[in-house]
Design a protein around this ligand. Structure first.
Ligand SMILES: Nc1ncnc2c1ncn2[C@@H]1O[C@H](COP(=O)(O)OP(=O)(O)OP(=O)(O)O)[C@@H](O)[C@H]1O
Ligand SMILES: [Mg+2]
Length: 239
């Protein structure tokens, strides 16, 4: 697919990120076009989560530029990034275990930005039928797969234009992974842009437009997902 430069929804330039004195990301650059699904591949510890947290304003010790819809967001705290239309689903599903499914959804409510459809609990329960059956159950009683769905559903309540998913299939049974795939395809068809970290290559191939391989804190390789080089994958991602 051909893209114009003005169609970039997220642009990251020369990102350097540190935990204490340890530098984790080195001059990292990446971009996501409107409506595109981009996957960050890479081994454990490569820096994928650090990239996503840096974009969301969750790590203050960093330099570089991050633009979302053309606005500079690199100095903004996470809640302001969310208010601008960025949604974030962390690697460690953070649901409120003592609240019900419906209450968890309400916690995520944010007004939609112009031109984006408003997600309501009713629309989300239609998208996630398993959650509908358990709408009044405490979230802490849900299975791992249902908790992952709830985290995504709660993030959608914020009406994001771009959703960031950190290893969404981690620890999920194959049948749940298939359900998640259908759900993410539906989000893509709604025009939502997606940036995700993922180590499940089959899943990544089924949903992504483009892959970026993170290795030792840098993007070492990128290509349309259909052209992903086996050699690059084995060099940088295989265990
Ligand atoms: N809070 C932290 N303090 C210090 N070092 C950290 C911290 N979090 C991560 N690191 C280190 O930063 C590097 C990148 O970690 P990161 O979590 O970004 O990798 P990842 O690609 O997301 O890995 P995984 O696939 O296991 O989730 C690793 O060397 C890790 O040990
Ligand atoms: Mg990670």
């Amino acid at each position: 697919m051909e893209h114009n430069i003005q169609d970039i929804i997220l642009n990251v330039e020369s990102l350097n990120t540190y935990y204490g004195k340890a530098q984790i990301l080195f001059d990292l650059a990446l971009h996501v076009y409107c409506g595109e699904v981009v996957v960050l591949l890479g081994r454990n510890g490569a820096g994928k989560t650090t990239v996503l947290k840096s974009i969301m304003g969750m790590i203050s010790s960093k330099s570089g530029r991050v633009f979302f819809k053309g606005k500079s967001i690199d100095k903004l705290p996470p809640y302001k990034c969310c208010a601008l239309g960025l949604g974030y689903v962390p690697q460690d599903r953070r649901i409120f275990k003592g609240l019900t499914v419906l209450e968890n959804l309400e916690v995520g409510r944010q007004p939609p930005s112009e031109g984006y459809g408003e997600w309501t609990p009713a629309r989300l329960l239609e998208l996630f039928p398993n959650l509908a059956e358990r709408r009044n159950h405490l979230a802490g009683m849900l299975s791992g797969g249902e908790q992952q769905m709830l985290t995504i559903a709660r993030t959608l309540m914020g009406n994001p234009e771009l959703i960031i998913l950190d290893e969404p299939t981690e620890g999920l049974a194959p049948v749940i992974v298939n359900h998640l795939l259908t759900t993410i395809q539906r989000l893509k068809s709604e025009g939502i842009s997606i940036l995700m970290a993922e180590q499940n290559l089959n899943f990544a191939r089924s949903i992504s437009d483009r892959a970026c391989i993170v290795y030792q804190g840098q993007i070492r390789y990128q290509s349309p997902i259909a052209e992903l080089s086996q050699a690059a994958y084995e060099k940088y991602c295989a265990l």
